[in-house]
Write a protein that binds this ligand. Structure first.
Ligand SMILES: [Zn+2]
Length: 360
């Protein structure tokens, strides 16, 4: 076989016109991973063809996205509703001070950062809050979903969707020095609702109240990213336990999740209450001292809104977010009308501020 024919064949195998660089360059880039016997050349091709969604791109999502992008997962869809702030930089490894200064949406900042170290894969940033109304659009076509969220409401929603569609997903969480993860293979293993029929009490504490060690995040992301590689490469060593670690006390635990729990609401009775969106409020608490207005159908012209808000406080916008400071509140507006209002936990105050300055 001539060199040229060999290259063309390799490129055909990669099967993705967006993969830049010659087959040789790709082999070189991933050579240390291909040398690892669990992956090999065949595994690397499966990674290139894989389509993985990461829901939430904070600390865990950043680490997951960074690892999988470097490993050569061909398409990564990154869904995140939030923007970068200085307090994120201690642990959210894809962001820098400039991103925080510009209040860039995390999905956009992540896509830019990844493109700088791996331009040969496709990153699909989605600046959206994953809710029942858009989960189909945001997760369709994905072969695996990874959890980078910080709340059980969204995790139960992902679980319902994944169980209904027989789509594998990996639960990951970290708070304080504690990290926990579970692979969910619908039809085979326990699902999230098998293990936690209701939000676990211990986990209602959040990074906002208990703080977080960046090492706990990177540990759980490393384990989950490795399980993701195994699922894509299709090897039998996929873990079937709920695994938890406390990196400070060195306690760790592992409980079997090999079988679904009989009578489980989601995977047993197939009662997908979260997918149906029951009881989902239009306004929710969103971290300490902030409220989110869930709005998706109010297109905002940032330039015009900027002019309108000028007399009422400081305003700043870029292509992705508009920030408005109206003492003691800080409102961040997204192009679809969604808003995060800081400085209050009172949903009525947030609603009235939004109604006054954006629209009711
Ligand atoms: Zn279940």
């Amino acid at each position: 076989m001539t060199c040229l024919a060999h290259e063309r064949q390799s490129e055909d195998r990669a099967g993705n016109s967006s993969l830049k660089g010659s087959a040789h360059a790709l082999d070189e880039r991933y050579s240390r991973q291909i040398l690892f016997r669990g992956i090999g050349a065949e595994g690397q091709r499966k990674l290139a063809a894989a389509r993985v969604a990461i829901v939430g791109c904070g600390a865990t999502g950043s680490a997951l996205a960074g690892l999988l992008a470097r490993a050569g997962v061909g398409t990564l869809r990154i869904v995140d509703r939030d923007y970068v702030e200085p307090s994120n930089l201690q642990r959210q490894s894809l962001f820098d001070e400039q991103d925080a200064a510009e209040s860039l949406p995390k999905a956009i900042a992540a896509a830019r950062k990844i493109a700088a170290f791996n331009s040969g894969i496709v990153i699909e940033p989605k600046v959206e809050d994953l809710v029942p109304a858009n989960i189909e659009a945001l997760l369709e076509g994905m072969s695996l979903v990874l959890d980078g969220t910080d709340n059980f409401e969204t995790r139960y929603l992902i679980n319902d969707y994944a169980v209904e569609r027989s789509l594998p997903w990996i639960y990951s969480a970290a708070v304080g020095s504690y990290a926990v993860t579970l692979n969910i293979l619908p039809g085979e293993t326990a699902c999230l609702a098998c293990i936690f029929p209701d939000s676990p009490r211990g986990m209602v504490e959040t990074c906002e109240t208990s703080g977080i060690l960046n090492s706990a995040v990177n540990l759980v992301a490393s384990i989950a990213a490795t399980e993701a590689l195994k699922l894509v490469v299709e090897v039998p060593q996929v873990r079937r336990t709920l695994l938890s670690f406390d990196v400070w006390t060195n306690e760790h635990a592992e409980i079997s999740a090999a079988k679904p729990r009989p009578g489980c609401r989601a995977c047993g009775e197939r009662d997908f209450i979260h997918l149906a969106g029951e009881g989902r409020p239009h306004i929710t608490m969103c971290g300490r001292n902030s409220v989110q207005i869930h709005e998706r159908h109010r297109p905002i012209d940032f330039a015009e809104m900027d002019r309108r808000l000028q007399p009422h406080g400081m305003v700043r916008h870029n292509d992705f977010v508009l920030k408005f400071w109206h003492d003691p509140y800080e409102m961040t507006l997204f192009p679809d009308g969604r808003a995060i209002i800081k400085g209050t936990t009172d949903t009525a105050v947030a609603r009235s501020l939004y109604a006054r300055y954006v629209g009711s």
